[in-house]
Design a protein around this ligand. Sequence first.
Ligand SMILES: O=C1N[C@]2(CO1)C[C@H](C(=O)N1CCC(COc3ccc(F)cc3Cl)CC1)C2
Length: 304
Amino acid sequence: MPEPGAAPRRSPQGVPYSDLPHIVNADGLHLFCRYWEPAGQPRALVFIAHGAGEHCGPYDEMAQKLKEFSLLVFAHDHVGHGQSEGDRMNIKDFQIYIRDSLQHIDLMKSRHPDLPVFIVGHSMGGAISILTACERPGDFAGVVLIAPLVQMNPESATPFKVFMAKLLNHMVPSLTMGSIESKWLSRDKRQVEAYDADELNYHGGMRVSFGMQLMAAVERMEREIPSISWPFLLLHGDADKLCDIRGSRMMHDNSPSTDKKIKIYEGGYHALHHDLPEVAESVLKELTTWITEHIPATTSQEAQ
Ligand SMILES: O=C1N[C@]2(CO1)C[C@H](C(=O)N1CCC(COc3ccc(F)cc3Cl)CC1)C2
């Protein structure tokens, strides 16, 4: 409980967290949460992990669609993102994203102990999803990855650039590199304009220290992939300039999972769920079908 008389903790936008759905993470930071609860009995839990610089608001359409299938969807803005506390798009250890995700997932599992749990992750949220599932390999009924960050883009992360980033990280870690080029997010200009206009997105430069954390996450995934046995669905555009499709192909080809699927969208840009309408529609169809088909039959159904 806050000290009596203490000023209420407020979101970066100035809203008291007492007026917002939130959890408090292990470092005492308030994370803004969203929940999409179906009218009747939910069939499964779905946690959505958003990517770098964005927040969980733009996943409302996806969550509404999942809710129509009696799925209980939940998400939070990662530390340093959107309406959550923390230094904007920066993290001292990538593990914090995974720890916080497991905290929120465990909270929802405690409320719905009999429901299977799925994760849907996009881009950096895909890396969070992969490493979260790797920490609890038996806990998830499935993981859906939309253009996940699995490997560095070899054009942007040349050995020289990686060397310079590591050197600069020791010298000036708060130095900023370029920002995320929104033109590569989607072929739908309205979606790019919406991203650029969204004040809850971080539009500043990426700190070298944050880039280092992303690289460390990539290295962790490279080590984990040969032991991935949980079910997953990969969706990736072959014109993605932000997260190379080769990472998804490598994960699909090198993981021992016997229940894995990759769907390539020809000409697709990075944010497939916000790409051209026919692609976004296909992505929603693919992930809702895959998740509902991966909900284990309940004992009552088995008894029939
Ligand atoms: O709809 C959406 N998608 C979003 C935004 O809005 C894209 C963004 C997102 O998560 N990434 C795109 C950029 C990428 C940069 O990667 C690096 C940069 C420097 C570095 F040193 C090492 C790496 Cl790995 C990380 C993943 C989420």
